[in-house]
Design a protein around this ligand. Structure first.
Ligand code: PXP
Length: 246
């Protein structure tokens, strides 16, 4: 089994830039630094309200990112069109609400089944992998497989909020069980949301886990520690865990 990939979500570098509407800090610079210091790829979310990442960022990152380029997006016609033009390696379909602070829950695969199937086929025709950001629930895993998607990304947010509380084990079990179910149905497995250097460790046991998408904790910690050191620190957590298992 290969290394678990660390894709750094750099949205919040853009959040700081947008606070003043200028050019700094530049997410493109952040992407280069992350990759130079161990990130295996870069993730951004082009939101319909453009609150952080802008269209220019998405297009320029296609040239800048050397590893995996993962674009998170809602199923809106406008964003689908941009994603098809830019052609990142992977799109991750997420639900999006205007009022939310961040993505709050997994995709409603059942309620959006037909539009997801249509989008998967459009992206596959363009050679783009498709990942569905879902809750760690059996039905969501089964339905994801039926859409033709390549990956699921397990929403780790509830587990992360439960970390260090009596609910931690139950939430971790849900993640591990869903990862196993996904692998059994032939889906590939990513995970993300709310992860940091501590709560990440038990998640690394998830069967078939290929990629982590981590943003807020990295950008927050990098304010004090710098982006290179923060990215390296997380990669070392992943490497140590792999060493322990081998
Ligand atoms: N994965 C998905 C699908 C997300 O929407 C987000 C947040 O943009 C992340 C991962 C990263 O979450 P966090 O910023 O909490 O690490």
């Amino acid at each position: 089994m290969g290394d678990i990939l660390l894709c750094v979500n750099i949205d919040h570098i853009a959040t700081v830039r947008q606070a003043r509407g200028g050019k700094e800090p530049d997410p493109l610079h952040g992407a280069v630094l992350c990759e130079q210091h161990g990130a295996d790829g870069i993730t951004v979310h082009l939101r319909e309200d453009r609150r952080h990442i802008q269209d220019r960022d998405v297009r320029m990152l296609k040239e800048v990112v050397r590893g995996k380029y993962n674009l998170e997006m809602a199923l809106s016609d406008e964003i689908v069109k941009i994603a098809l033009e830019v052609a990142p390696h992977q799109v991750t379909l997420v639900p999006e609400k205007r009022q939310e602070l961040t993505t709050e829950g997994g995709l409603n695969v059942k309620g959006n089944f037909d539009s997801i199937v249509r989008a998967v086929s459009l992206f596959h025709d363009r050679g783009i992998l498709v990942s569905l950001f879902i809750e760690p629930e059996h039905e969501a895993v089964e339905l994801s497989k039926k859409t033709g998607a390549d990956f699921i990304e397990l929403h780790t947010g509830v587990y992360c909020n439960a970390f260090g509380t009596p609910r931690e084990k139950r939430e971790l079990d849900r993640l591990l069980t869903s990862a196993r179910a996904a692998v059994e149905t032939g889906l590939r497995v990513n995970a993300g949301h709310g992860l940091n250097a501590e709560n990440l460790v038990p998640v690394l046991d998830a069967e078939g886990l290929e990629e982590l998408n981590i943003g807020h904790s990295i950008v927050s910690r990098s304010i004090f520690k710098g982006l290179p050191g923060t990215v390296r620190e997380l990669k070392e957590v992943i490497w140590r865990h792999a060493g322990r298992k081998n």
